[in-house]
Design a protein around this ligand. Structure first.
Ligand SMILES: Nc1ncnc2c1ncn2[C@@H]1O[C@H](COP(=O)(O)OP(=O)(O)OP(=O)(O)O)[C@@H](O)[C@H]1O
Ligand SMILES: [Mg+2]
Length: 262
């Protein structure tokens, strides 16, 4: 029980990194589910190729860092030159996930205006072929301002030229003003919803805020779908289409959920 009688914020990923099942066990059912998510993202390329993509959630601990890292790995495994950016400056995890330092990173680039710091010198190899990482960097007192800066938009535009896929792990949209603004500059956003954890009203509000942006919601990753009710890590990553997936809106009828645990 947390200090305030509510579920406390989970710090596991921040301390020990996200679990990279797609690397540890590529043949597992869950890795297959992540590949399904990748395929679905690729299928969204109807009007315009998705090259810049963000994962966000309504509130903390929905699974953004776990999902974004594993989806980035499956993209890289499919031969796409991918860069994964830790843009959740409140709860950064990427350096822990890939066992590297966070002494410089995204914030280094964003605060180095005019000092000629090259993105290539801060972006690191992840150890996974085709996957580069940009860790969060030292955490500033004003994360929203930094991420909302023109510098950030320029960086995304620059990386889009250099990589096939730019993936951002963003702070929860209800907690971070910059998330809504940043998604407007991207080709699409995926909302991570954690079964039995994310509150309906919060998800609905997150969807409303995302709809106000210029970037489409490409889908929903339903995390922790636990068909057996037995809990535990990594059960069921489903992918849904349509606004308000699973949350009582009209078009939920169009939903598609697959990749459930056998
Ligand atoms: N499918 C799952 N089953 C069980 N545990 C999970 C699952 N997905 C994520 N977790 C756990 O939940 C916690 C939060 O996951 P993660 O850090 O990926 O979420 P997040 O949305 O990035 O959180 P934050 O808002 O803190 O950045 C971690 O301890 C992670 O291991
Ligand atoms: Mg996270």
């Amino acid at each position: 029980m947390g200090l305030f009688g509510k579920k406390h914020l989970d710090t596991e990923t921040m301390e020990n990194g996200a679990k990279l099942i797609t690397l540890a066990n590529p043949q597992s059912v869950i890795s297959e589910q992540f590949r399904n998510i990748r395929t679905n993202i690729n299928f969204m390329n109807v009007d315009k190729e998705v090259k810049t993509l963000a994962f966000t959630s309504a509130m903390a601990s929905a699974g953004k860092s776990t999902v974004s890292a594993n989806v980035a790995i499956t993209m890289a495994q499919a031969g796409k030159k991918t860069v994964l950016i830790d843009a959740d400056l409140r709860r950064p995890t990427l350096h822990s996930t890939f066992n590297t330092t966070n002494s410089n990173g995204l914030t280094t680039l964003l605060t180095s205006r005019g000092k000629d710091v090259d993105a290539a010198s801060v972006i690191r190899e992840s150890g996974v072929e085709n996957l580069s990482i940009l860790t969060a960097g030292p955490i500033p007192p004003n994360p929203s301002e930094l991420l909302s800066s023109k510098h950030m938009l320029d960086l995304i535009a620059d990386l889009k030229q250099k990589y096939d896929m730019v993936i951002l792990d963003l702070a929860p949209i209800l907690d971070a003003a910059e998330t809504q603004q940043l998604t407007s500059a991207l080709d699409g956003t995926i909302l991570v919803v954690r079964q039995g954890y994310s509150q309906k009203a919060a998800v609905k509000r997150a969807v409303e805020l995302l709809k106000l942006t210029k970037s489409p919601i490409l889908g929903y990753v339903m995390n922790d779908v636990d068909a057996d009710g037995d809990g535990g890590y990594g059960y069921g990553y489903g992918y849904g289409y349509g606004y308000g997936y699973g949350y009582g809106e009209e078009d939920t009828k169009k939903k598609g959920l697959f990749g459930r645990k056998k």
